[in-house]
Write a protein that binds this ligand. Sequence first.
Ligand SMILES: NC(=O)c1ccc[n+]([C@@H]2O[C@H](COP(=O)([O-])OP(=O)(O)OC[C@H]3O[C@@H](n4cnc5c(N)ncnc54)[C@H](OP(=O)(O)O)[C@@H]3O)[C@@H](O)[C@H]2O)c1
Length: 349
Amino acid sequence: MAKIDFGGVMEEVVTSEEFTLEKAREVLKNEVIAVLGYGVQGPGQALNMRDNGVNVIVGQREGGASWDKAVADGFVPGQTLFPIEEAAQKATVIQYLLSDAGQVAMWPKIKACLNKGDALYFSHGFGIVYKEQTGIIPPENVDVILAAPKGSGRTVRTNFLDGSGINSSFAVFQDYTGRAKERTLAMGIAIGSGYLFETTFEKEVFSDLTGERGVLMGCLAGVMEAQYNLLRKNGHSPSESFNETVEELTQSLIRLVAENGMDWMFGNCSTTAQRGALDWAPKFRDAVIPVFEDLYESVKSGKETARVLDVNSAPDYREKLNAELAEIKNSEMWKAGAAVRALRPENRK
Ligand SMILES: NC(=O)c1ccc[n+]([C@@H]2O[C@H](COP(=O)([O-])OP(=O)(O)OC[C@H]3O[C@@H](n4cnc5c(N)ncnc54)[C@H](OP(=O)(O)O)[C@@H]3O)[C@@H](O)[C@H]2O)c1
C-alpha cells in the first residue's frame, strides 16, 4: 500500500503498480467469478474482468433486455451466461450486482448456492449494513468482500477502455478463508480500478447514500432548478436561464474544476465572478448544512433504506419511475436543456 497525503491526513491506497494485474490474475486463477445481474454495474465489471483475462460468467434472469444485452456483449448462453441461480452454483466468487431491492428478493436462493470458502462480493454496503431490513446475513464460512467503483457502471467500462480506470473503495466484512483481502484487491484491480482506498461496509454505504442524495445528484438537481426558476421569474429567457445554470457548468467550468481544483477555478475567472463566488460560497454552505445533517441522519437511521426497499420492490415501480422521470423531462427547464444540447455544434451536423 502507498501512503498518500490527502490534505494533511495520511491515507493508504492500493494502485495497479503495487497490486499488478498479473498478481490479480494469479490470485484469481482458480476462481469462477459469477457476475449476478447485468444492469448498470454488471456489464462494466464483467467486461473489464473478461478483458483482463479472469474467468468470468454472468448470471441474469432470462427473457429481458439485460439478458439480450449480455448476449450482444458476447456472453454465450450455456457457456458463460446462465440463469442467476445456475451461475451462482458454479461460482467461487459471487459478485452480487442485482439492484439492491433485487438482492433482497433473491437472497434466500443465493444463500443456498454459497459453499464453504466462497466469496460473496458486493459493490455497495447496503445489503449487509441494513441487514435487519434486507435479511442479507451471510453464513459464517464464506468471505464477504466489497469493491465499490466511485462512478456509474458505464464509466467503469469507458474509463477502462480509454485507459484511465476508476477509483474504487474496498472493504472486508468477513474473512473466513484468510484470503479475503487479497481476493478483494485482486477483484478491485480486475474490474479496472485506477486505485483502491480502504473503507468499511458501513462507511461505504453511509457516504454513498449521502453523496448521491447530496452533491452528486439530489442537491445538484435541486439547486439548478432553484436558480433556473429564479432567473425565469425575473424575466430571463429559458435559453439564458439554462445556459447560466447548467450548460456553462457542464460544458466548461466543472471540467476545469476536475482538472485543476476549485482554487484554480476561482483564480482563473474574471475578478468580478471571483469576488462574488468567494463571498457567496459560505452562504450557500451554511444554508444547506441543516439539510445535509437531516440527510445523514436519515441514511444512518435506515429511513432511506426503508424507502428504497419499499418503493423499488413494488411490482409497478418502473412505470411509476418512468412517470416521475417524464415529468422532469417535460419540464420547461429540461426541455430548454434539450434545445440547448441540440444546438451544440457537434449535434447540429
Ligand atoms: N449504478 C451504478 O453505477 C452503481 C455504482 C456503484 C455501485 N453500484 C451498486 O452495484 C449494484 C448493482 O447496481 P446496478 O445499478 O447495476 O443495478 P441495476 O442496474 O438496477 O441492476 C439491475 C439488475 O438486477 C436485476 N434484478 C432486479 N430485480 C431483480 C429481481 N427481483 N430478480 C432478479 N433480478 C433482478 C435486473 O434484471 P432485469 O434487467 O431483468 O430487471 C438487472 O440485471 C448495487 O448494489 C448498486 O448499489 C451501482
